[in-house]
Design a protein around this ligand. Structure first.
Ligand code: NAD
Length: 264
């Protein structure tokens, strides 16, 4: 063995698309990918809301592009992808962090329109971007896609049936795309974060009883910060993770590993 045979790289040189990049997990993914060498297209509903993320990426010496796009619209996604390829180059990495959580209600009260919203944004939005990115990745014979599912796609919380079903579909999507696209050299994985301090989760975590109950359930004793997910996104896009595909990976401080409180 020589050094070259054993060398590993955590670099993400190339063009990354991050959806939901204006805040929270998407912002952290954009910064982590830029730190490791990627130029980043920052996609969110409204391009202006991506200004802070664009400044953070540019501050790391990488190119950034703010793109306004509703991920649930195939036409908007396709147009956005074309613009990204024209302005930054072919897409090498995709992190689908755009997502929504509708009202927490027990299953019998889930509204039909909320189910449609969850499916359109969380499931179709991720799929639309995976298809658009694959148009760059398949001809290049290279690319990494990280879909943000949720711990809710693995274990359920009360009053989140609609959200959990949508996140289960995202986890399934990662396996399906991984199998279809392995022959083209692409990796596709899903991350399942536990509670992460972001604008989406803050209204729940700011309820002291909810925060305390979450901490009790997490063996590592804390909820996550956006960088806890950003770092894993960048790792899964890097050459160091090139043999990982079709994985549905909890990033949950041990929540899904088991029950920490049983007094045995
Ligand atoms: N925060 C958590 O505790 C947590 C846990 C597990 C999974 N997740 C998932 O991680 C992802 C990111 O969550 P977050 O906590 O950063 O949420 P967030 O609400 O803070 O950020 C989500 C971003 O997605 C954007 N977005 C929503 N719908 C969109 C659409 N149709 N088109 C384009 N952009 C859209 C929003 O504008 C927002 O900027 C989501 O899929 C969420 O379900 C979050």
């Amino acid at each position: 063995m020589n050094q070259a045979d054993l060398a590993v790289s955590f670099q993400t040189d190339g063009v990354a698309v991050v959806t939901g990049a204006a805040q929270g997990i998407g912002q952290a993914a954009a910064v982590a990918l830029a730190q490791q060498g990627a130029d980043v297209a920052c996609v969110d509903r409204d391009a202006d809301r991506c200004a802070e993320t664009v400044a953070l990426v540019e501050g790391l010496g990488r190119k950034a592009l703010a793109i306004g796009c509703d991920v649930s619209s195939r036409a908007e996604v396709d147009a956005a992808a074309e613009r990204i390829v024209a302005e930054l180059g072919p897409i090498t990495y995709l992190a689908t962090c755009a997502g929504v959580l509708t009202e927490n209600v027990t299953a019998e009260d889930v509204k039909d329109e909320d189910l449609d919203t969850l499916w359109s944004v969380n499931v179709k939005g991720s799929f639309n971007w995976a298809i658009a990115a694959s148009r760059s990745m398949i001809p290049a014979g290279r690319g990494s896609i990280v879909l943000i599912s949720s711990q809710a796609g693995l274990v359920s919380l009360p009053s989140q049936a609609g959200y959990s079903m949508s996140k289960g579909a995202v986890a399934t999507m990662a396996r399906s795309l991984a199998i279809d696209w392995a022959k083209h050299g692409l990796t596709v994985n899903a991350l399942c974060p536990t509670f992460i301090w972001t604008p989406m989760a803050a209204p729940m975590l700011e309820i002291p009883e909810v925060h305390a109950a979450a901490i009790r359930r997490i063996p590592l004793g804390r909820v996550g910060q956006p960088r806890d997910i950003g770092g894993v996104v960048a790792f899964l896009c890097s050459p160091a993770a090139s043999l990982i595909t079709g994985v549905v990976l909890p990033v949950d401080g041990g929540w899904t590993a088991g029950e920490p409180e049983l007094p045995l």
